[in-house]
Write a protein that binds this ligand. Structure first.
Ligand SMILES: Cc1cc2nc3c(=O)[nH]c(=O)nc-3n(C[C@H](O)[C@H](O)[C@H](O)COP(=O)(O)O)c2cc1C
Length: 164
């Protein structure tokens, strides 16, 4: 049975992506599962220069100045599995997703995180679990962007485990 047959209509994917990697994964999940997809967007724009961007994010983390988002959390009541996607920023959850987590209450929902990165996952998953309020947090998925060949299999394995 395909993933779609099992989890369509019950699955929400909510993600943030600055440079497109996490969006690409969210789209692949949509194709595989037929789930609904929502993108988290910030009011401000991050610097296009990578070094400037990392400095800005470091400042946000140090001062806990999380970015304002364009929307409030979506109504999650009709979903029983929520997948939250984020790039890894400074070895943790990206600050836009941190902001989303301050606003969202998962109230007993099954939640799993997926992240994209360049080799340094750091404390992404423990920090995600601490910040996902009232969630039943399931095993997450980290995807190394320089190991593209491994992604399809890792994604399929993760999605099938979430159905168990
Ligand atoms: C501000 C910033 C901080 C980053 N910190 C890390 C990091 O700590 N570890 C890592 O492996 N990659 C890090 N990266 C790379 C991104 O995690 C990686 O390119 C990711 O796939 C980007 O996802 P996106 O295209 O959806 O924005 C960082 C990128 C940015 C912009």
């Amino acid at each position: 049975m395909s993933n779609e047959t099992i989890i369509a209509n019950k699955l929400l994917v909510i993600y943030y992506s600055l440079s497109g990697n996490t969006r690409n994964i969210a789209e692949r999940i949509r194709e595989k599962t037929g789930g609904d997809v929502v993108e988290i967007e910030t009011v401000k724009e991050y610097p296009s220069d990578y070094t400037e961007c990392t400095k800005e994010v470091k400042r946000e983390l140090q001062t806990r100045d999380l970015p304002e988002l364009k929307m409030n959390p979506p109504d999650m009541s009709s979903y029983d599995l929520i997948l939250v996607g984020s790039p890894v920023w400074w070895y943790t959850v990206s600050t836009p997703v941190m902001r989303f987590l301050t606003q969202a209450d998962f109230a007993g929902k099954r939640v799993s995180a997926f992240c994209t990165h360049e080799g340094g996952v750091g404390k992404f998953f423990p920090h995600f679990s601490e910040q996902a309020k009232n969630a039943v947090v399931l095993e997450g998925l980290d995807l190394h962007m320089q190991r593209q060949a491994e992604i399809p299999r890792a994604l399929d394995l993760w999605l099938s485990k979430l159905q168990e």
